[in-house]
Write a protein that binds this ligand. Structure first.
Ligand code: ZN
Ligand code: ZN
Length: 358
């Protein structure tokens, strides 16, 4: 973490800032290891202060021994104003994409002479490239998701509700050490599977429907993300055909990933396959996203993101085809970018459209 702070200090230098104020919980955790729900990290050229209040004082000292812990009453801008002269801050960067307008205004007001400069994606740009320990945590979270998928398959059958399946997946993951589910589980059957974000409802599964399950586990703050689509009871030619196209697109996306390639090129590789088969209009979202302390991070595997991929970035690859009234197919894996390719962290089978409860 000291290493991360040093890299941030280099960025401060480049931006000509004296200090940066970190308030987004994931960024605070990334730099200071602090998991409390209230607090801010102030990083100056020489110091790192964790500003929190009485409730978190002990926890802060325990989790963030490399920070000076300041427990104070009052709003964050008030506390900073009190410290200001002490720390010689004339130019302070803050998280323009996280602070509310109200907080930003108060900060400017209380800090008077000090220039307060909002920046977007500052700490996030560091977070995009994961170190080995982060990758191993995400690999563990991916394994939990794989185990949950394997566990749920025998329970998929006509008459069971989406909500029951979602609950069972979450229960299973948490029983085995997940802190929580990475996001509200998507379990969408039949026509509902045509909604890319159809969270589990009370709808019962019926024979001959497609079922899309999209979920992840959180371990030590880091998420995994996987989607599999199966058929309930039986499958037909159209399902097989659409599934085959999505799989081909997903494999093309995965094959395109390696250090130095642009995010948009990966999107194009997957999208071309779906367009070639005439379903371009039915794939309305990006091919994937960065993944880590947040479920959706940069870079995005989208036509609009030209970020060059770097070794250690963790991404999802998740093309889909959605046909309103009929249903949808999506296949998603979590991968980590390497020098000559990528390592796929989620390992659940996907080669064929499975028939469950047949
Ligand atoms: Zn997902
Ligand atoms: Zn995803």
């Amino acid at each position: 973490m000291v290493d991360r702070m040093d890299r941030l200090r280099q960025m401060l230098d480049e931006e000509d800032l004296d200090a940066f104020l970190v308030t987004r919980p994931e960024n605070r955790y990334y730099l200071a290891g602090f998991t409390g729900t209230s607090g801010a990290v102030l990083i100056t050229e020489r110091e790192a202060c964790l500003i929190t209040d009485f409730r978190y004082d002990e926890q802060a000292r325990e989790q963030s021994p490399h920070c000076r812990v300041i427990s104070a009453a009052g709003t964050l801008p008030e506390v900073l104003a009190g410290l200001g002269g002490d720390l010689h801050i004339r130019r302070l960067g803050c998280e323009g994409d996280y602070l509310t307008y109200h907080q930003f205004t108060e900060l400017k007001e209380k800090l008077g002479e000090c220039e307060v400069r909002p920046l977007a994606g500052f700490v996030e740009s560091l977070r995009a490239v994961k170190d080995d320990s982060e990758v191993e945590i995400i690999a563990g979270a991916a394994k939990l998701a794989d185990m949950a998928y394997n566990h749920i398959l025998p329970l998929v059958r006509e008459g069971v509700s989406e909500a029951e399946l979602a609950l069972e997946i979450e229960f299973f993951m948490r029983q085995r050490g997940a802190e929580r589910a990475a996001f509200p589980l998507i379990v969408a059957s039949g026509p509902r599977s045509a909604m890319p974000h159809g969270t589990a409802s009370q709808k019962m599964l019926r024979r001959g429907e497609l079922l899309t399950m999209d979920f992840g586990a959180v371990l030590k703050g880091y998420s995994s993300d996987i989607t599999r689509t199966v058929a309930v009871g039986r499958r037909d030619k159209k399902m097989e055909n659409v599934y085959g196209i999505v799989l081909e697109a997903q494999l093309a996306g995965i094959s395109a990933i390696r250090e130095g390639v642009r995010a948009s090129e990966v999107d194009r590789a997957a999208r071309n396959v779906i367009q070639k088969h005439g379903y371009g209009e039915n794939f309305g979202h990006s091919t994937g996203h960065g993944l880590g302390l947040q479920v959706h991070e940069n870079p995005r595997l989208s036509s609009r993101d030209d970020t060059e991929l770097k070794r250690g970035m963790v991404l999802t690859v998740e093309p889909g085809i959605y046909l309103p009234g009929w249903g949808g197919v999506r296949i998603e894996d979590t991968v980590v970018v390497g020098k000559n390719g990528c390592r796929v962290l989620t390992a659940s089978p996907k080669e064929d459209l499975l028939i469950c409860g047949g």
